[in-house]
Ligand binder design. Structure first.
Ligand code: A2P
Ligand code: 11C
Length: 349
């Protein structure tokens, strides 16, 4: 069986990477269909040396499609994912729209591939900042249990899309050219959906997405709720502070965990990470070796370092976790879900 695959949002920051991941996938491919808005229809993209033309997304785009990867925003997924399923396609959705729907599996293949078995046509790809945290923490959870985690993020602008990347670049150039901070043009960040916009160049913005319950942002709630769903444990205490920084790609996270069981130590935690699927241990203070956003770009793995025991709490550990938010955080995790569906013979509605 060879699959017809559609990419929805093919011109975006994530969609572009989905195309790259499909060029290297082990998934047997027949046709690849690239979909975006009317604005992009007719644009050409090279795929494995061939020219593909972007088509306008309409419900009938999904006729004959086996697998559809969505990354064009929540409202597009809400409207078109059911259209794709109706036409027999399995949807891997990278937006937040379906993630907390109890009928929809929320999957990180290294953590809960078994959840794919109960899919009814739509599988949700978690938020980028959640995914890399799951890859790093799952081996520790399996060995010692997780009582609580406290995470602070340092997130790249590509998480907010291609236009946010352009916004950072133009502000940075303008600021270096002498434009004062209060005259920099900001139209997207911290959140396209909020009223006020602030410069991101040479700044740090403690707001990702809009504010929600108890003064946490949606991004923070995503990390809290998605962690419990993916790890299938509502008793894990999770809290997050999400911050945007002027980095183009590569989300970084400072994570504090407290494990449940006795018997852990730093060397055992390091060994767990070193052997964990999808994780790479980069931790040697004597060589100044630790994960960095820049060196994570275009890599599929999640990098973990700065692992230390807490000074006061026996079962407490700190670590620094970095991954390319457009790859493991989005495009690669989606294509990896598609590969896993194929391996489990689940590419059917
Ligand atoms: P387009 O380039 O035609 O606007 P990003 O997250 O990087 O901003 O990318 C968003 C993606 O979603 C782009 O590929 C964009 O296509 C696509 N998109 C936005 N609105 C629509 C729409 N109404 N129908 C289909 N695709 C859309
Ligand atoms: C960011 N994590 O970095 C967001 C992007 O729920 O899929 C992904 C938003 C989502 O801005």
């Amino acid at each position: 069986k060879k699959y017809n695959v559609a990419v929805v949002g093919a011109t975006g920051a994530v969609g572009t990477k989905m195309i790259e991941m499909l060029e290297e996938t082990s998934l047997p491919l027949n046709q690849v269909k690239l979909l975006a808005s009317k604005r992009s229809a007719g644009k050409e993209v090279t795929f494995k040396g061939e020219t593909l033309v972007i088509e306008e997304l309409v419900p009938d785009s999904f006729a004959g499609v086996d697998l559809a990867l969505f990354s064009a925003g929540g409202s597009i997924s809400k409207q078109y994912a059911p259209e794709a399923v109706k036409r027999g396609a399995v949807v891997v959705d990278n937006t937040s729209h379906y993630r907390m729907d109890p009928e929809v599996p929320l999957v990180v293949p290294e953590v809960n591939p078994h959840a794919l078995k109960r899919h009814k046509g739509i599988i949700a790809n978690p938020n980028c900042s959640t995914i890399q945290m799951m890859v790093a923490l799952e081996p520790i959870r399996q060995a010692y249990g997780l009582d609580r985690l406290i995470v602070s993020t340092y997130q790249a602008v590509s998480g907010a899309g291609i236009h946010a990347m352009e916004e950072l670049k133009s502000q940075a150039l303008a600021y270096i050219d002498g434009t004062p901070a209060e005259q920099l043009t900001a139209e997207i960040l911290p959140s396209g959906g909020d009223k006020k916009h602030y410069p991101i160049a040479f700044n740090a913005l403690p707001q990702i997405d809009v504010f929600a319950e108890a003064d946490y942002t949606y991004e923070e709630w995503k990390m809290i709720n998605e962690t419990k769903k993916i790890m299938e444990d509502d008793s894990i205490k999770v809290v997050a502070t999400c911050v945007r920084i002027p980095v183009l790609s590569g989300h970084s996270e400072s994570i504090y965990i407290e494990v449940k069981e006795a018997g852990s130590d730093v060397s055992k935690i390091k060994e767990l990470i070193a052997n964990a699927p999808g994780a790479v241990l980069q931790d040697d203070p004597s060589q100044q070796l630790y994960p960095q956003a820049l060196t994570s770009i275009d890599r599929k793995e999640t990098f973990v370092g700065r692992i230390r025991q807490d000074i006061d709490i026996d079962k407490g550990y700190h670590m620094w976790v970095v991954s390319d938010n457009l790859l493991k955080g989005a495009a690669w995790n989606s294509v990896q879900i598609a590969e896993t569906l194929h391996e489990m013979d689940l590419v059917r509605v």
